[in-house]
Write a protein that binds this ligand. Structure first.
Ligand SMILES: *[C@@H]1O[C@H](CO)[C@@H](O)[C@H](O)[C@H]1NC(C)=O
Ligand SMILES: *[C@@H]1O[C@H](CO)[C@@H](O)[C@H](O)[C@H]1NC(C)=O
Ligand SMILES: *[C@@H]1O[C@H](CO)[C@@H](O)[C@H](O)[C@H]1NC(C)=O
Ligand SMILES: *[C@@H]1O[C@H](CO)[C@@H](O)[C@H](O)[C@H]1NC(C)=O
Ligand SMILES: *[C@@H]1O[C@H](CO)[C@@H](O)[C@H](O)[C@H]1NC(C)=O
Ligand SMILES: *[C@@H]1O[C@H](CO)[C@@H](O)[C@H](O)[C@H]1NC(C)=O
Length: 813
């Protein structure tokens, strides 16, 4: 009864328009209830003050829309619009909750401009804007505040906020997808949309009109198959849920003081992630898909495969040929590829394993989450139109079964984070060596070839199973001989049973011991932590790859040891230990005069260039830092721990290895935030290393009245025109100023905020040699400490890289 009398009083007030509007202006409104209304000019704020609901005109338009925007951001950033398609022409808009629990937006003539579905929600309802940006309608008497009659999060516009679900509510059949605004002035749906395509194996798809434009792919247990950069990171957590009731993707902030949003942008035809930079008062673009040419949906047609590093980018899958050779050669790949010879369903078939792929379109797929890979293969073999299979979930050791029927569409390769796919081939294919081998044979000396071919065939025959091709081409046992395998007893003996006294240090991937073999040779023994979750064969393959990388500025891998759970790598032992024990030490630092430091800088640059470019494999180190640069007895640098990120990174199962491989303080912003790594994130780490070698100070833990970290300090000195003050005082006697200046300049180029602005390692090497002119550096990344408490998984194990995390230009609100 009390409430009713209050309402009456309210009515009385509202009969006096002046008083009424004064009241509304003086106090912030947090909600409206049945019988109240929201007029143009009034707003509802969320209780924490993050968001605001009200009427606005977009861009240069004079139309009025009801929408939600960030309350604390001076650039009006609208995240949701109610009447997208039906603007109000004047300031007469009124929002109300009507008696059948609908939200109704009406104009001057009381005609409905926008409304929500009626329901019988009772008479005492409240419309509230939550601090997440969700506008919710609920029963005012309902204690359970999570039950909503209606919520704006169910009807996204062009923006996906943290906590919003992209996908489907299967109980109501409601699809929650994004659609871009037509343009800045018009929020009505544009051509671009993004959502989840349902099916046995649901996948994320971006459409342009009704045409598929980009496919994020199906969820593989860790991430979307087409989004290898979606990794565990310190900024946001993400999940994908697929059950009887719901299918959705959602991300949640780990620290609520970060403001970030995903936006579908019509102008650029892309989905972008923006982060608000408080210091610069601007939105920073952090990631965007599609990323490259190969992300164009089905660019290479059916059964084609796209590799961005190849030229041309499209190829037919092995065992397939262009459907029309003529148009294929004219770089029109749309007709795709067909089998070299049609599959004869009466004959036996096998599979060829392809690795590092984005899985094909799952429109004609089928999955069973409880089958293993072997059952999966058998199931695929039983149906002649099944063309491929693989694990539906690659976390841990892999589980579940996904099958593809018909053509395989939209496959691409990734340099890191791709998946395996087993593609059906007629059994006869095994007798024919793959095309690459043929080329080699033609080129090589005939006699050697014959020997090779014979051993190849003998070897392959061993893996033959009832006329089928083995699952993996690399199953040939002979290949294992390339790699020296040490047995555990030998290693254990060499290290005095992994004695603490022999411990050299603890890296991100496990402890390192010094060992001495029977013949007196010293070795460094890296005992890998058991959490990699990687199978023995995969591990061996990776180790073989690492072993092939040979360069005088890389630490040489001598062999490995695998017994039971134990995985151990054996490296050459370097007398002088790691660079950090010199550079950051006031006594040993004297041993490194400027010519030695410059030599070290150039050596590291060449080693990194080799990893990035000159080796047959493109390796991104991902954890370059002073403690990962070792010095031999002449103080020549050798990079260690390369390839490890590859070994571990590809296997981040949610439970076992929660790691963004890398060390905070050295990580590029886009990598620390989004796990987006590239050769340019290594360049960033190289820049930090350079600054550290020049200054003798650590980037993390750097303390100076002028700046919070070394980059900031260096940048400040640079802009103030006194860069040489950065140089370590120990170098005074041996200084060569032009060289030092050039190094500072290069370092600042390497740590620029935007990856595109940073030079490649090949330019860095040229710059170091003085063979290239240097552009002016732009603003560096990582200027303000944001999340001091956050630790990276690898850094948490590494006492040398303690809990420090600096992120630039991002600050608490
Ligand atoms: C409330 O609004 C909805 C949507 O416009 C409409 O269908 C319903 O009839 C309205 N209820 C009443 C009682 O006017
Ligand atoms: C309201 O109705 C009048 C007369 O029917 C019409 O001329 C006017 O355009 C309407 N206004 C709006 C905002 O719809
Ligand atoms: C779309 O992207 C472009 C380029 O990044 C940007 O300038 C523009 O502001 C974006 N559009 C919206 C609506 O944010
Ligand atoms: C999935 O595979 C398991 C094991 O083979 C089988 O028992 C189950 O019936 C299958 N489920 C479906 C839906 O086919
Ligand atoms: C093979 O699978 C396809 C797609 O699921 C199905 O339509 C077809 O009936 C199956 N054929 C046989 C022989 O099971
Ligand atoms: C989030 O970031 C702010 C600003 O740096 C910090 O003060 C706060 O402790 C962080 N919160 C958590 C839970 O890490």
């Amino acid at each position: 009864m009390h409430e009713i009398s209050m309402n009456n009083i309210w009515y009385v007030f509202c009969l006096m328009p002046l008083l009424c509007s004064l009241l509304k202006i003086s106090a912030l409104t947090y909600s409206i209830t049945t019988s109240q209304s929201l007029n143009d000019g009034e707003t509802i704020a969320s209780e924490g003050g993050s968001f605001e609901l009200g009427f606005f005109s977009p861009g240069s338009s004079s139309n009025r829309y009801l929408g939600i925007w960030y309350k604390n951001i001076p650039i009006r950033t609208v995240v949701w619009v109610a009447n997208r398609q039906n603007p109000l022409k004047d300031l007469s808009g009124t929002l109300m909750i009507n008696s059948t629990s609908s939200l109704v937006l009406s104009d001057r003539n009381n005609s409905v401009v926008w409304s929500t579905k009626p329901s019988n929600g009772g008479q005492d309802l409240i419309l509230q804007l939550l601090d997440s940006g969700n506008l919710v309608l609920r029963d005012n008497r309902d204690g359970n505040t999570d039950v909503y009659l209606w919520q704006s999060f169910d009807y996204p516009s062009d923006t996906l906020l943290p906590g919003m679900k992209l996908g489907w509510d299967l109980r109501t059949g409601l699809s929650k997808g994004l659609s871009s605004w037509k343009n800045f002035d018009d929020p009505s749906p544009g051509t671009l949309s993004n959502g989840i395509e349902l099916g046995d194996y649901p996948q994320v798809v971006m459409w342009k009109g009704s045409r598929k434009f980009f496919r994020g792919g199906p969820w593989n247990g860790l991430r979307f198959s087409g989004a290898p950069e979606l990794r565990i990171n310190p900024v946001f957590g993400f999940e994908f849920v697929s059950n009887q009731e719901e299918v959705y993707y959602m991300y949640q902030l780990k620290n609520k003081s970060v403001i970030t949003r995903l936006l579908l942008n019509e102008t650029t035809s892309s989905r972008q992630r923006y982060v608000w930079l408080e210091a610069e008062q601007s939105w920073k673009l952090y990631a965007s898909v599609p990323r490259d040419y190969c992300d164009n949906y089905a660019l290479c047609g059916a059964n084609g495969i796209c590799s961005i590093s190849d030229s041309p980018v499209c190829k037919c899958l092995e065992g397939f040929k262009p459907k029309s050779a003529q148009s294929w050669n004219a770089i029109d790949w749309s007709q795709g590829c067909i089998r070299n010879e049609p599959l004869d369903c009466q004959r036996k078939h096998g599979f060829i394993k392809f690795s590092g792929l984005k899985l094909p379109d799952t429109t004609h797929s089928w999955i069973n989450k409880s089958m293993n890979l072997k059952e999966c293969r058998e199931t695929c073999l039983k149906n002649c139109s099944c063309n491929a299979y693989t694990n539906s979930d690659i976390s841990g050791r892999g589980s579940g079964c996904a099958l593809w029927f018909g053509d395989l569409v939209d496959i691409r390769t990734f340099s890191d984070g791709g998946q395996d796919l087993y593609i059906r081939m007629p059994a006869s294919n095994k007798d024919r060596p793959p095309a690459r081998v043929v080329v080699i044979i033609v080129a090589a000396i005939a006699a050697i070839c014959v020997v090779l071919l014979v051993s190849y065939c003998v070897c392959r025959r061993k893996t033959k199973l009832e006329g089928e091709i083995g699952d993996s081409i690399t199953e040939c046992p002979k290949e294992d001989m390339d790699l020296p395998i040490f047995n555990l007893a030998t290693i254990s003996h060499a290290t005095d049973n992994f004695s603490v006294k022999k411990k050299l240090g603890e890296g991100g991937f496990g402890p390192v011991y010094k060992g001495t073999l029977e013949d007196g040779q010293n070795i460094a023994v890296k005992k890998l932590s058991k959490s990699s979750g990687q199978g023995i064969n995969e591990f061996k393959n990776e180790v073989k790859l690492i072993e092939k990388l040979q360069h005088r500025n890389l630490v040489k891998l001598l062999g490995c040891c695998i017994e039971g759970e134990e995985k151990i790598l054996i490296y050459e032992y370097l007398l002088n230990g790691s660079l950090d024990s010199f550079v950051f030490d006031r006594t040993r630092g004297k041993l490194l005069d400027w010519p030695k430091r410059f030599n070290i800088i150039c050596g590291v640059a060449r080693g990194l260039l080799y990893l990035h470019q000159d080796s047959r494999l493109r390796i991104i180190h991902r954890d370059l830092k002073a403690s990962n640069v070792l010095l031999d007895k002449e103080l020549n640098p050798k990079i260690s721990d390369f390839g490890m990120a590859r070994t571990f990174g590809g296997d981040e199962s949610g439970e076992t290895t929660k790691r963004v491989v890398g060390t905070y303080g050295y990580m590029a912003p886009e990598y620390a935030f989004y796990g987006l790594f590239s050769v340019k994130s290594d360049v960033f780490s190289f820049g930090i290393l350079l600054l550290e070698i020049l200054s003798g100070k650590k980037n993390r833990g750097f303390d100076h009245p002028l700046s919070q970290n070394l980059i900031g300090y260096g940048w400040r000195l640079w802009t103030e025109g006194r860069p040489l003050e950065l140089i370590d005082s120990l170098l005074e006697d041996t200084a060569i100023q032009p060289e030092m200046l050039r190094c500072i300049h290069i370092a600042l180029l390497c740590v620029q905020q935007s990856p595109e602005d940073r030079p490649t390692m090949s330019s860095v090497v040229l710059m170091l040699n003085g063979e290239s002119t240097l552009p002016q550096p732009k603003h560096p990344g990582f200027l303000i400490d944001l999340i001091p408490g956050e630790t990276g998984p690898s850094s948490s194990k590494d006492p040398c890289s303690a809990n420090y995390f600096s992120i630039t230009s991002l600050e608490a609100r």
